[in-house]
Design a protein around this ligand. Structure first.
Ligand code: AMP
Ligand code: MG
Length: 396
């Protein structure tokens, strides 16, 4: 039995980031950059107006009501531009190039037009007003995004805007999941006495999908040692990370641990001083990582978020692999006994956190509406209302 922190340390210490692969931008989403991206161009590439209005020489405006001669226009996308000289104004639109000679743009709401001239009702006009400088967002040759950055929708927009259409991200691990349990029915099966619908594989698949891992191979084994050895052996041949669901506890029909032993896998830890999820096993066979997750759905998902996801994120090149952790006041008092740290399904609401009804490890309905996990070490087993607790935010 190891502590929560020891378990996390051992997982991170035994996890290696995969090499870089170059992929089209659209395929890089939710990957982590393997290299700094340098901007090939300045953004914006030219001086741009940030308003619809008039491009002028700012020092021409000597009082509110100054009148300037209107000559020509600059619209978005236009290349052939008038040059602005003293006493002159050019009609301009948002995103359009600011003509040479112009030093500011006055928004049209602060102007009026009559007889081929424009009156400026703003004074003074600051130099550079409403003008986006070339390279104001990023200079050509500057580092746009650092290695380790998550490719978010914002990052996609930024990179595409620089005409960066391929990026080097770390490869994603190939994942094989073994589901064990003779009581389990597949989706759509008729419910018969003694059986339940198998839900962990769909749940874990959804969590993996959210982490940017869309492909998972799922196989099934009955509660039998030989069947478990064969199925786990096959997954260990083919995948970088092997997950097992169920069969890791101390019951007579729990064969995952014995099968891993028979396959010559190394156990890095078995059992964590926590509730739920005590029977978690982490092991290795060669370079392959193995996580045997308890079958109870809530235990399974807590272990996924707290241990498996950080390992996968480190494999994919994240520099911050753990769930984001914040300290928040607990809305209500909470006490527990026993020797194990607790993870509570929770909701962060209005600057505080509340633990949800249904903390038993077979109850997944509380997880269905949770947006966070409260982590309470055994040293904090008497929490008063309003006391700060450690909260791990679930991925959105
Ligand atoms: P186990 O870890 O195999 O002892 O299973 C613990 C509990 O989780 C039992 O109540 C199982 O029926 C349940 N369980 C195991 N695997 C699954 C699964 N894939 N989906 C839903 N419940 C499961
Ligand atoms: Mg079982």
């Amino acid at each position: 039995m190891v502590t929560v922190n020891e378990a996390k340390e051992r997982i991170i210490a035994n996890t290696v980031t995969l090499p870089a692969v170059t992929v089209p931008l659209a395929e890089s989403v939710r990957g982590f950059l393997a290299e700094d991206v340098v901007s090939p161009i300045a953004l914006p590439p030219f001086r741009q107006s940030s308003m619809d209005g008039y491009a002028i020489v700012h020092s021409d405006v000597t009082e509110a009501g100054t009148s300037l001669r209107l000559a020509g226009e600059s619209k978005a996308g236009q290349a052939d531009l008038p040059v602005v000289s003293a006493g002159m104004a050019v009609r301009i639109f948002t995103g359009a190039p600011v003509p040479e000679g112009a030093t500011a743009v006055v928004m049209q709401e602060n102007t009026s037009v009559a007889d081929g001239s424009v009156q400026i009702h703003e004074f003074p006009v600051a130099e550079g007003k409403n003008v986006r400088r070339a390279g104001q967002q990023i200079a050509q040759g500057a580092v746009a995004l650092r290695a380790g950055t998550l490719i978010s929708p914002g990052a996609v927009g930024f990179l595409r805007g620089m005409n960066v259409n391929e990026v080097a991200v770390h490869a994603k691990p190939r994942i094989g999941l073994l589901v064990t349990g003779d009581e389990l029915l597949k989706a759509g099966d008729v419910l018969v006495p003694g059986k339940i619908y198998e839900s962990n594989s769909a749940m874990l698949q959804a969590a993996l999908e959210q982490a940017g891992i869309g492909e998972v191979s799922i196989s099934y084994a009955s509660d039998d040692l030989d069947a478990t050895v064969v199925a786990l052996g096959a997954l260990l041949e083919a995948y970088d990370v092997v997950l097992a669901s169920g069969g890791i506890s101390v019951g007579d029909y729990d064969f995952v641990g014995k099968a891993l032993e028979a396959l010559g896998a190394e156990t890095i830890f078995y059992k964590v001083r926590q509730k739920p999820g005590k029977p978690l096993l982490f092991g290795k066979k060669g370079e392959k990582l193995i996580f045997a997750l308890p079958g109870n759905p809530a235990s399974s998902l807590v272990c996924f978020y707290e241990y498996v996801l950080p390992a996968l994120k480190k494999i994919m090149g994240s520099r911050e692999p753990f769930l984001r952790s914040v300290k928040l006041p607990l809305r209500h008092a909470y006490r527990f006994d026993g020797e194990r740290d607790e993870f509570l399904k929770a909701r962060v609401e209005g600057g505080e956190v509340v633990s949800l009804d249904g903390q038993e490890s077979f109850v997944i309905g509380s997880f269905a509406v949770a947006n966070a996990i409260i982590y309470l070490p055994v040293t904090q087993n008497r929490v008063e209302a309003g006391e700060l607790v450690e909260v791990h935010l679930l991925p959105l």
